[in-house]
Design a protein around this ligand. Structure first.
Ligand code: NDP
Ligand code: DGU
Length: 319
């Protein structure tokens, strides 16, 4: 099966990491059942996706593992090595002693020997299992990044993952890691799209050789943490129309824009037609004028921690 998605090298990773620039997200809202999720992933592999993004908290590790097993069984792929699998350490396990059991649990869910990338999901620690959402602020603190990062490094050295990184980290938090890391983070997965461009964070990461991976590139339409702002954005509609794309295909403008910034993209669609459409971004480009127009769009963050953690100015100030 032909791989339609170009591969990028992550510049300064110790491991010489390479990854397919488009990954399929597996977090869905409202959540879908395991059978639907598994079928959507098999369909995505058939369509040419080779990079899958999961996390312990999504509950999608098991269906992803089952889909990989099926793809091998029916010959869509010959070996697990053809895939790039990312998972994430959830905030309840953000303690040095819990990192090893957490990655082992993820590997068991996925029925895999190793991950390609293991990320710290948020720079947060929850003191217990989440009893309700938003998580009460007394149960949330800032992660002790030095000890947790060292446990992440250990996972990498043990071969449980080929690379380690973070998600939703600010440049301030990255700076902290870089001050003591023996293995620097290969990737920072953050929210990024034309309406939340993350210009400064991208510049910082580029300078430090940390690859940026964009989650919610389509503004997470229809989810608890997203909204319709991308869908309703007039400028994106105009650019899509001028390029002869249907209004519905304006999503491709977002994906292409992220790709042209040098980041990789984690987009989610469990719909066959849309998952195929989302791969059709490599035989055209945005013009200088279109890039300029996008650069000028008003900025607005969508997926702030406020969607699942009680507001706390004290906490936010430390992130
Ligand atoms: N690290 C982190 O903290 C986070 C990571 N993520 C990861 O990133 C992934 C993607 O982000 P997510 O927030 O899901 O949002 P996206 O921005 O990828 O948007 C997903 C939504 O857009 C719809 N959609 C996808 N393609 C199209 C299209 N071509 N036309 C119209 N609608 C479309 C999907 O519906 P449909 O399926 O019906 O097509 C879905 O409702 C997640 O699944 C997860 O893996 C997400 C949030 C936070
Ligand atoms: O319960 C918390 C939420 O799922 C929160 O974790 C998500 O917004 C997440 O960051 C994601 O990766 O999708």
């Amino acid at each position: 099966m032909e791989n339609k998605v170009p591969i990028v090298s992550v510049v300064s990773s110790f491991s010489g990491l390479t990854l397919p620039v488009i990954g399929m997200g597996t977090a869905s809202y409202p959540p879908v059942d395991a059978g639907t999720l598994k079928s959507a992933i098999v369909e995505a592999i058939r369509a040419g996706y080779r990079h899958f993004d999961t996390a312990f908290i999504y509950g999608s590790e098991q269906p992803l593992g089952a889909a990989i097993a099926e793809a091998l069984n029916i010959g869509l792929i010959k070996s697990r090595n053809e895939l790039f699998i990312t998972s994430k350490l959830w905030c309840t396990y953000a303690e040095p002693d819990l990192v090893f059991p957490a990655i082992k649990m993820s590997l068991e869910n996925l029925q895999l020997e190793y991950l390609d990338l293991y990320l710290i999901h948020w720079p947060l620690k929850f003191s217990k299992e989440v009893s309700r959402l938003p998580v009460p602020k007394e149960e949330v603190s800032v992660i002790d990044i030095k000890s947790v990062w060292s446990a992440m490094e250990e996972c990498r050295l043990l071969g449980l993952t080929k690379a380690i990184g973070v998600s939703n980290f600010s440049s301030r938090k990255l700076e902290e890691i870089l001050s003591f890391a023996k293995i620097p983070p290969a990737v920072n997965q953050v929210e990024m799209n034309p309406l939340w461009q993350q210009k400064e964070l991208n510049e910082y990461c580029k300078a430090k050789g940390i690859h940026v991976s964009a989650h919610s590139p389509l503004g997470s339409k229809g989810t608890l943490w997203g909204d319709n702002r991308i869908f309703d954005c007039h400028a994106l509609k105009e650019i899509a129309e001028a390029k002869g794309k249907t209004i519905a295909q304006r999503w491709q403008i977002c994906l292409r824009w992220v790709y042209e910034q040098g980041a990789s993209v984690i987009a989610k669609s469990f719909n066959k037609k849309r998952m195929e459409e989302n791969l059709e971004i490599f035989d055209w480009s945005l013009s200088v004028e279109e890039l300029e127009k996008i650069r000028g769009l008003p900025q607005c963050k969508f997926n702030s921690i406020g969607t699942f953690v009680e507001p706390s100015a004290e906490l936010e100030a430390q992130l």
